[in-house]
Design a protein around this ligand. Structure first.
Ligand code: ADP
Ligand code: MG
Length: 704
């Protein structure tokens, strides 16, 4: 089709793109065709007409313009550390301007007492604002003239190599100018017109024009909203369609009855009353597994909300129906922890539970394979080792995935093939994840939430402490140990600074031993450089209460369960991420005693670190913490999502576009309910676009 041809023209055919630039665009930005360039949207705009007041600055603002009087021009430092600084003052305050380069030139140009129009990216240093290497324009008049031509100048992502070839943002803007007008007529609408009308979405051609060269701020916003909606909507439509296809193509194991294993456990062996939320989730799972459709369910719940027992009882349903169950964990420590928990819970039930990890010896493994196929093993716990082809079951009916790092759809799918009729899958998240991420990452799953903690849990009291409070902290620890409680002291261990971190840990350990001398006190230490056996030995000592203090790196982050430990001290807390802090804090507060968490840091903190620590002090709610984490880090950096590619959106941002995502999901759901095959005439446009996308994805995978 001629229309398609224009957009699929090689980028080398564009005026201004020679062979060298063509090669670079392909390599650096994956721009092969006219269409690819068109999809290379600006990631922000420079507003050349707006002048801010210094007092209005906040960290959300990218590049901005200020107007003020220059004062205090100074040369500071020497040689390589030399820099030129000046103060800029407007009616609302002052800000520092800094140059490290071209100092002589700036010195000649800048005049104290003159008014300048200043353009640059403000940043905060030691709680004060500054702009490094601002652009300066001398102003003869106090107010700048509003720009007559373009208000919003697009800023494009580019790379060092492209810049060296003249393809900086301005260079790319020039290419877009050559392309956009000619290409627009070839852009096809991909949403039904009723949808455009209902949600007041900008037509697609108009949106492509406005996103590159907006006439004003409002049109820019609307073009971005429209393209965000389109992007999120199609992801949702694909997720829901694959869910539907799966349900059509895969019959589910029918786990009809609740039998004696489940009943006996529930009536005689359950160590506590289930919470209302746990009961509700069990009912949801129960309804799924007897429906005849394959279950794919996400189980969300905060640290300590009791997901494990729900998983275990679901397994009992499988066993009641003469089938097997499996549990996969992300690490060996966690897998063996789960194995121990399951074994303990099944006391009195006469079940066979086995463990399989990367370090299971070959001979044992062979035995295990046989036993699995003979159906002699009821439950297999393990790591990724379980996914291997050689691991086959007699009749696997339920797989529980306890994940800290997100498994991708592909890995989940690997489990579906473990059985003739695919097993039901229950995915448990280690920590809560924000709704927008869940909708996208697990959008093809049904969701259950345990939104209630077991009764009698007291809020963990969390305090942020700085150096001056050390002595008081040590006294507090002694007091708690006297009362019979145990204490964790955790040090960060970041790969990049591993050596220093170990030194730090050892210094801390020695200090603790001095403060808590034997024989009155016993101190354990656990870190990644120890052998597994050594680690295990120390863990057990602590668990049995033989040591009162556990000094550790983050190896204890997940899974450790010692209810008598009620105090968690986190050293250099500013270096931990929010979900890590929340996980660590979750190691205490597991019994009836009041628990405490102390976040120790130096005095000087970046804005982000302070926000993280404040959030921890303010709330114990994992969902709230996850939400803040997403706002701070953005979706691309959230644990485990990076590799997946799921979060690579062109315009949408899961941290900010919750409303649009909800609308997109809602719309996609409605369509799947009323016209799942997309047969209605109004939905032809969707069908066609999906087909083309599938084709593109296919081609792309062949290339890479
Ligand atoms: P998580 O959801 O973080 O995996 P766990 O399943 O490890 O939480 O449960 C945390 C602790 O709470 C465990 O010691 C468990 O035995 C206990 N627990 C779970 N459910 C209840 C309940 N309904 N009542 C009392 N304690 C419970
Ligand atoms: Mg758990």
């Amino acid at each position: 089709m001629a229309q398609e041809n224009f957009l699929s023209k090689k980028i080398g055919f564009l005026k201004g793109v020679g062979p060298a630039k063509e090669a670079l665009l392909q390599k650096e930005l994956k721009i092969f065709t006219f269409g690819d360039l068109l999809l290379h949207f600006p990631f922000r705009y420079i507003d050349r007409t707006q002048v801010y007041k210094i007092s209005d600055l906040n960290t959300d603002l990218p590049f901005i313009q200020l107007s003020g009087i220059v004062k205090n021009i100074r040369i500071q430092g020497q040689k390589r550390g030399m820099r030129l600084t000046a103060k800029l003052e407007d009616s609302s305050g002052t800000i520092e301007l800094v140059w490290f380069q071209k100092i002589r030139w700036v010195q000649e140009y800048l005049k104290e007492g003159q008014r300048y129009l200043v353009f640059g990216r403000p940043s905060q240093f030691n709680n004060r604002w500054n702009i490094v290497h601002p652009e300066m324009d001398l102003l003869s008049e106090p107010k700048p003239q509003p720009g007559k031509s373009l208000n919003l100048q697009p800023v494009y992502n580019t790379t060092e190599k492209l810049r060296a070839r003249g393809l900086d943002s301005k260079g790319l803007e020039k290419l877009q100018k050559t392309l956009v007008a000619d290409a627009i007529p070839y852009i096809q609408e991909n949403l039904p017109s009723a949808m455009l009308e209902k949600y007041k979405l900008m037509p697609r051609q108009e949106a492509f024009r406005q996103i590159h060269f907006p006439e004003d701020a409002d049109k820019m916003e609307r073009s971005r909203s429209r393209l965000k909606f389109e992007e999120l909507f199609y992801v949702q439509l694909q997720l829901l369609r694959s869910k539907q296809l799966r349900q059509q193509n895969f019959p589910g194991q029918i786990l009809k009855k609740v039998g004696s294993y489940f009943s006996r456990f529930y009536e005689e062996l359950l160590p506590f009353q289930l919470t209302g939320a746990q009961k509700r989730v069990l009912k949801e799972i129960r309804a799924d597994v007897k429906s005849g459709r394959q279950m794919n369910r996400l189980l969300q719940g905060d640290v300590g909300s009791g997901k494990t027992i729900v998983a275990f009882m679901s397994m009992l349903i499988a066993i009641d129906n003469c089938k097997q169950a499996a549990l996969i964990a992300p690490t060996e420590i966690l897998a063996s922890q789960h194995y121990n928990t399951l074994t303990a819970m099944s006391t009195g039930l006469n079940l066979t539970i086995k463990l399989l990890t990367g370090s299971t010896p070959a001979a044992e493994r062979k035995e295990l394979h046989k036993a699995l196929q003979a159906g002699e093993v009821n439950v297999l716990a393990g790591t990724h080792a379980l996914l291997q082809e050689t691991v086959r079951f007699k009749d696997l009916a339920l797989v529980v995935i306890d994940e800290q790092h997100r498994f991708g759809v592909a890995q989940r799918a690997a489990m579906w093939t473990k059985n003739e009729v695919p097993p039901h899958v229950l995915v448990m998240t280690a920590t809560p994840i924000p709704r927008t991420l869940a909708m996208t990452f697990y959008g093809d799953l049904d969701t259950s939430v345990i939104d209630e903690l077991p009764p009698g849990r007291k809020e963990i009291i969390t305090r942020h402490i700085t150096e001056g409070k050390r002595l008081r902290l040590l006294n507090f620890l002694k007091q708690k140990i006297k009362e019979g409680r145990q204490v964790y002291i955790v040090y960060p261990l970041i790969e990049e600074s591993e050596k220093m971190d170990y030194a730090n840990l050892m210094d801390g350990y020695e200090m603790i031993i001095r403060e808590f001398p034997r024989p009155e006190y016993q101190v354990s230490i656990v870190h990644g450089r120890q052998k597994s056996a050594e680690k295990e030995f120390e863990m057990q000592r602590f668990k049995k209460g033989e040591t009162q203090i556990m000094v550790a790196t983050t190896v204890i982050e997940v899974g450790v369960d010692v209810p008598n430990a009620t105090v968690m001290v986190i050293e250099n807390a500013e270096r931990f991420g929010l979900s890590q802090l929340h996980q660590l804090r979750g190691r205490v507060g597991r019994g009836a005693e009041q628990s405490y968490c102390f976040l120790a840091s130096g005095y000087k903190l970046s804005r982000e670190s302070r926000l993280r620590l404040d959030t921890m002090v303010r709330t114990n709610n994992g969902f709230e913490i996850a939400e803040t984490d997403l706002q701070l880090r953005g979706p691309g950096d959230m644990a485990g999502t990076k590799q997946s590619g799921m979060m690579d959106f062109r315009v949408a941002d899961l941290a900010k576009d919750q409303k649009i995502l909800q609308l997109a999901r809602h719309t996609a759901l409605q369509i799947m309910e009323t016209d799942p095959a997309l047969e209605a005439p109004a939905h032809q446009v969707l069908h066609r676009y999906l087909k083309r996308q599938e084709k593109d994805q296919f081609n792309w995978s062949l290339i890479s």
